[in-house]
Design a protein around this ligand. Structure first.
Ligand SMILES: [Zn+2]
Length: 337
């Protein structure tokens, strides 16, 4: 059997937030909102289990994309967003994701994955008014991410994934320092904790973004072959990160680029997040079959191309089922030889 997992986000129920929006407004506030976020997380744990996924995520039900402060062009000006400002040395006020991670651990016996934004992507999503140096700022964020990630290991999280869509935009910087900043964020997670004895697998998700118009337009400028991964994968292959999540199905990424990740677990995107058309299990199994030319069977994890957040719940649920059924079909095809 192949492991199956989502890249990260899932749609928020209509009672939690506005639907089919990437930056939705919450429908409640205070303690009521905190409870609603946990209830939505619980709902998606059940949905992922029922669909048959082997690794369960929190679906990012507690997260609204960015804190709103100042407008800035992000991902090399592909879109404008209201972003937070850094005005003083960074430090964490306390735990960030303890409630969702503990809820996730308490309500499934399957392995659990938790996602955090990667340092380079955070740097691309905030306005720096203090450090005056992207690399320094990235390493400052990496230290804070590491604190939270080490605490998530204690909460019982099995896989900690950092999302780095910025790696696909600033490829030279990613290879020069982005991967190092990522390793700083993941430092020590793979070792057994002295207190709990727990260890984590570490992962990075690199994608071409959600299926929103700004991204769809950007993808049209990338040409027939998307070779961005080619510049970053060698640095990742040489890094301490265990797993790499990438786009595959319906993308223009040449599948042979997966061969650059020798020695890593590869989360292959076999569910398209830019289309509401639900894949058939056969299509998913075919995509897995193509990836198996470059990724050994024991290292392949079937995954979604990116998060499912902007979709309708019904489509997302159907896509989770297609993912699990397609992975099962691919395994049966292999066993038949
Ligand atoms: Zn993504």
């Amino acid at each position: 059997m192949f492991d199956t997992a989502i890249a990260g986000s899932l749609p928020k129920p209509a009672w939690l937030a506005e639907t089919q929006k990437l930056w939705p407004q919450w429908k409640a506030e205070g303690a009521e909102l905190a409870q609603a976020k946990l209830d939505a997380t619980l709902l998606w744990i059940k949905m992922q289990e029922d669909a048959g996924l082997s690794v369960i995520g929190a679906g990012e039900q507690s997260r609204q994309h960015f804190v709103h402060k100042v407008e800035m062009g992000i991902r090399n000006d592909r879109y404008k967003a209201m972003v937070p400002q850094v005005v003083a040395p960074l430090k964490l006020k306390g735990r960030v994701h303890a409630a969702e991670a503990r809820l996730l651990r308490a309500h499934t016996r399957r392995r659990i994955k938790f996602t955090l934004p990667g340092p380079m992507t955070i740097v691309d999503t905030v306005a720096d008014r203090h450090y005056g140096d992207r690399v320094k700022l990235a390493f400052a964020f990496a230290e804070l991410l590491n604190q939270e990630a080490l605490a998530l290991r204690e909460d019982g999280v099995d896989v900690i994934q950092f999302d780095e869509p910025a790696f696909n935009v600033y490829m030279a910087d990613a290879a020069a320092w982005g991967v190092q900043a990522l390793e700083r964020a993941a430092q020590g997670l793979g070792a057994r904790s002295a207190t709990s004895g727990r260890a984590c697998r570490t992962a990075v998700h690199i994608c071409y973004g959600y299926g929103i118009p700004a991204n769809v337009d950007w993808k049209k400028t990338l040409g027939q072959e998307w070779r961005q991964y080619e510049q970053v994968f060698p640095a990742l292959a040489a890094s301490s990160i265990d797993q790499v999540s990438l786009e595959c199905i319906h993308s223009h990424v040449p599948p042979e680029l997966m061969a650059l990740l020798a020695g890593k677990d590869v989360m292959v995107g076999v569910i398209d997040v830019a289309s509401d058309v639900v894949e058939t299990p056969a299509e998913v199994a075919d995509a897995i079959g193509r990836a198996l030319q470059y990724v050994p069977r024991e290292r392949l994890i079937a995954c979604t191309n990116c998060g499912l957040a902007p979709m309708s719940r019904a489509v997302a649920e159907a896509k989770l089922a297609a993912l699990a059924q397609g992975a099962a079909l691919a395994a049966r095809r292999l066993d038949r030889g």
